[in-house]
Design a protein around this ligand. Structure first.
Ligand SMILES: Cc1ncc(COP(=O)(O)O)c(C=O)c1O
Length: 413
C-alpha cells in the first residue's frame, strides 16, 4: 500500500475510535526495541555518511557480541539468513547434502539451504516449545544427512535440546542453532548458540534486538571460526541504498509503533520515510528466488546501531520475562496450555506462544477488545510467511492453524 493511502486509512481509523471513546491503536511491530537514542543515532548516521565505512565499528560490534554471548567469535551480516548461508560454507556442507530442519520455520531459512544447493528435510515439531521433535528427527536421518538445524522458537530453549545434541554427536552430524528468536536465552547457565557447531542470531525489526535488518553468526571451534571469518571477509558490504533504507526504517518504526498516544507522529514519518520501508522478506524471497544483493556483510553504520541495542538487550529480556507472567496467568485462568520452560533454561520470551482455536487465530479482534493488544500470527504456514505446506509434519500443521503469540515487550514510550 502507498504511504499516503496508509496514512489516510490510519487517520480515519483512529479518529473513528476516538469519536467512539475507544483507545487509539498503532500497528504492532512484534517486538519494539527502539528508543530515542536509537533514532538519534540513525539521524546522526544519515547526516554523516562519510562514517558509514568505518569498519572499526563492525569489528567492535562483533567483539562485543561475542564477549556478551560467551562465544569465541562473531561475524555480522546483512541478515540472519545470510549468517546462516555463511554458516553452511564454514561447515563445508556440499550441494546435495541433506539438512534436517523444523517443518515450522521461516521461508528464508529454507531458502538459505536451497540457495546453497542443500536438500531441506523437514522434521515435525513438538508443541511444548515448538522445537524439533527428537523422534521425528531420528526418522529423517539417511546416509546423506550432514546436519541438524534446530531452533529455539519464541525465545524458548527447545524441549529436546539435550537429545538432539546427543543424537547428532552419535551420528557425526553438524548442529546449527537457529537463535533468531532467542538472543540471550540460556541453558545450564550458557547462552544458546554455544552448544552446536555454529549458530546465528537475527536483529531484524521484530526480533529480540533490532537493527531493522541484520544477523550474526558465532562459532567456538577455531577451524570453523576461521572459515566463517574468511567467508565474511569475502563478501561485499550492504549497498548504500540498503543502509539508507535501514536507517529510515528505524526512524519510521520508532514513530509508527512506539507510542499509541502520539499516533500522528507515525503518520508524519510515514509520509517522509514510507517509501523506504523495508520488507523483512522480499517478494522474490517469498517466491524462493535469490536476490542479487543477498550475500552481504553488515555495514559498519548498522553495526553502530547493533552496539547501541546490545547494551539494552538484558534489560529488555528481563521486561519480557515479567510480561510473560501476565500471559501465564491468562492461560491458567482461561484453561490454555502454557508453553514449557525446560529445566535449567532461562527463556527470553520474544513472544509468548499459545494454542487457541483456529477461529481465534483467523479473527483476532477479540485480543484487542479483551486484552488491548494485537496478537502475532507466527507462523502462517510451515514456511512463514508463505502459506504453503510441507509434508509429514502434522504437529507443525496444527500449530500453523492454532498457534498465536502475545507481545512481551510493551510498546510505550
Ligand atoms: C525462526 C527464524 N529463523 C531465522 C529467521 C531469519 O532471520 P533474518 O530475518 O534476520 O534473516 C527468522 C526470521 O526472520 C526466523 O523467524
Amino acid at each position: 500500500m502507498k504511504p499516503l493511502l496508509r496514512v489516510v486509512r490510519n487517520q480515519a481509523r483512529n479518529l473513528s475510535r476516538l469519536l467512539r471513546g475507544q483507545a487509539v491503536v498503532v500497528p504492532s511491530l512484534g517486538s519494539m526495541t527502539l528508543g530515542r537514542d536509537d533514532i538519534e543515532l540513525a539521524q546522526y548516521l544519515l547526516a554523516n555518511r562519510a562514517e558509514w565505512d568505518w569498519s572499526d565499528y563492525r569489528e567492535q560490534y562483533e567483539r562485543k557480541f561475542a564477549a556478551w554471548n560467551g562465544s569465541y567469535c562473531a561475524f555480522a551480516f546483512q541478515d540472519g539468513r545470510v549468517a546462516l548461508s555463511a554458516a553452511f560454507v564454514a561447515l563445508e556442507l556440499q550441494p546435495g547434502d541433506e539438512v534436517i530442519l523444523p517443518g515450522y520455520t521461516c521461508v528464508v531459512v529454507d531458502n538459505a539451504l536451497r540457495f546453497a544447493g542443500l536438500k531441506p528435510v523437514y522434521a515435525d515439531i513438538e508443541q511444548q516449545t515448538y522445537g524439533l521433535d527428537i523422534d521425528s528427527v531420528r526418522q529423517r536421518i539417511t546416509v546423506k544427512t550432514r546436519a541438524i538445524l534446530l531452533h529455539h522458537l519464541y525465545g524458548l530453549v527447545c524441549r529436546d535440546f539435550d537429545d538432539l545434541l546427543t543424537l547428532a554427536r552419535k551420528k557425526g552430524l553438524r548442529v546449527i542453532e537457529d537463535c533468531a528468536h532467542s538472543t540471550g536465552a540460556t541453558y545450564r547457565g550458557v547462552k544458546v548458540g554455544n552448544f552446536g557447531d555454529i549458530a546465528f542470531y537475527s536483529s531484524e525489526q521484530s526480533k529480540v534486538f533490532s537493527t531493522s535488518r541484520g544477523g550474526i553468526a558465532v562459532a567456538n571451534n577455531p577451524e570453523i571460526a576461521n572459515r566463517l571469518g574468511r567467508e565474511a571477509d569475502r563478501i561485499p558490504v550492504s549497498e548504500e541504498l540498503f543502509v539508507e533504507r535501514q536507517l529510515h526504517s528505524v526512524i519510521l518504526n520508532y514513530y509508527r509503533h512506539r507510542c499509541a498516544e502520539k499516533w500522528w507522529r507515525g503518520d508524519v514519518a510515514e509520509l517522509k520515510y514510507g517509501r523506504s520501508k523495508m520488507l523483512s522478506t522480499s517478494l522474490m524471497e517469498q517466491e524462493q528466488r535469490k536476490p542479487t544483493d543477498y550475500m552481504r556483510r553488515m555495514s559498519p553504520a548498522i553495526a553502530r546501531l547493533g552496539i547501541n541495542q546490545l547494551a539494552k538487550v538484558d534489560d529488555m529480556n528481563e521486561q519480557r520475562r515479567v510480561t510473560a507472567c501476565r500471559w501465564e496467568d491468562w492461560c491458567d485462568r482461561h484453561g490454555y496450555v502454557k508453553p514449557t520452560v525446560i529445566e535449567n533454561s532461562v527463556p527470553v520470551f520474544l513472544r509468548y506462544p499459545v494454542m487457541v482455536s483456529p477461529e481465534m487465530k483467523t479473527k483476532t479482534s477479540w485480543a484487542l477488545d479483551e486484552l488491548g493488544i494485537s496478537v502475532g500470527l507466527w507462523f502462517l504456514g510451515n514456511l512463514h510467511p508463505n502459506m504453503g505446506r510441507v509434508p509429514g509434519c502434522p504437529r507443525a500443521d496444527e500449530a500453523v492453524q492454532r498457534c498465536i503469540n502475545f507481545p512481551c515487550l510493551l510498546e510505550h514510550e
